[in-house]
Design a binder for this molecule. Structure first.
Ligand code: GZL
Length: 314
């Protein structure tokens, strides 16, 4: 128990102000997943900046990719009696007990970015995030159009059990189902990170089947950027003899599309701070909010990336 407490204290970085719940200033606990990708960093920045703009006391924790750390942080926020909780759940399962405790404490929970599987829908107020199945479908549609419906595909999957990994896989599979000559010949989780994306594809490229791939589908840009490095190291020419498509729309991906190495990135906008605090303030006023708020996104390839690059917010 002592270790858990020490870990917890190390995790929960109390916001700079010393506002206490009930002191008039609204206090929100934000149990962030980690800092695994450029998307995540932009997401954290957006929410922190909006909290400061709106005068909220934000209690932030970085779970360093571990669900147990997220749950510890949630328990701290409940003990502190925060006014609300922002939770991007790292995986879909395992949060029901602590969400029951938050409900018992009368603390509303806003899910951002990813959703959870719970038996009681009242355990969270709303889920603000993208439609990951549609993102997977869009990636498949772009790849089918670009390859004429013929591709031997290596798939780099996100974190095991994470909603975006599950649903982006589902959406992509449904998108290629109508093309008998588009086959996913290999799939492996690389945890949404660039390093693991490079490492996983490097190993596969050493096999005969790996040498035969003509496309890579990565569940996020960071893994796709790692894949581009792995492909270049074995003499493949991304954009020429292998087509890479991914999701997120981070600046480095836009630059790779403009450079002709990454073929397409399907946007999944992490800049949701203003929307999240609009929702938190509606909840604070006792107003009802929609159960599901889908964040929009576009599809970016050589046809439109250059005009979009200068104004990208992340
Ligand atoms: C998507 C988000 C995913 C991003 C990754 O909403 O959960 O997690 O696609 C991030 O870059 O790591």
């Amino acid at each position: 128990m002592r270790t858990a407490l020490l870990l917890l204290l190390g995790l929960v970085v109390v916001a700079c102000s010393d506002a206490q719940p009930g002191s008039g200033r609204k206090v929100v606990g934000f149990a962030q997943i980690g800092a695994e990708s450029a998307w995540r960093t932009a997401n954290t920045r957006s929410i922190k900046e909006e909290a400061a703009r709106r005068g909220w006391d934000l209690r932030f924790s970085d779970a360093q990719q571990k669900q147990e750390n997220q749950i510890l942080a949630l328990r701290t926020f409940i003990a502190q009696g925060v006014d609300a909780i922002i939770l991007p759940p790292i995986v879909e399962t395992g949060f029901e007990p602590v969400l029951r405790d938050a409900k018992a404490a009368g603390i509303p929970v806003v899910l951002t970015d990813r959703s959870v599987e719970v038996t009681d829908p009242s355990l969270f107020t709303t889920f603000i995030g993208a439609d990951f199945v549609e993102e997977g479908r869009r990636a498949a549609a772009w790849l089918a159009k670009t390859t004429g419906g013929k591709a031997m595909i290596a798939e780099l999957e996100g974190s095991v059990g994470a909603a975006p990994a599950i649903d982006r896989k589902k959406g992509f599979a449904s998108g290629v189902a109508g093309y008998p000559d588009m086959k996913v010949v290999w799939a492996q989780s690389a945890d949404f990170t660039r390093a693991k994306g490079k490492e996983a594809l490097e190993a596969f490229l050493k096999t005969p089947e790996g040498r035969g791939i003509t496309a890579v589908y990565a569940h996020n840009d960071d893994m796709a950027l790692g894949a581009l490095q792995a492909l270049a190291e074995v003499g493949r020419k991304p954009g020429v003899d292998v087509i890479v498509v991914s999701i997120d729309g981070v600046r480095a991906a836009f630059e790779a599309v403009a450079a002709g190495t990454l073929g397409c990135t399907v946007e999944c906008n992490p800049i949701i701070g203003p929307l999240v605090f609009d929702v938190l303030e509606k909840i604070g006023r006792g107003e009802t909010v929609e159960r599901r708020i889908v964040t929009p996104g576009g599809v970016f390839d050589a046809s439109n990336v250059r005009e979009a690059l200068p104004t990208r917010a992340y």
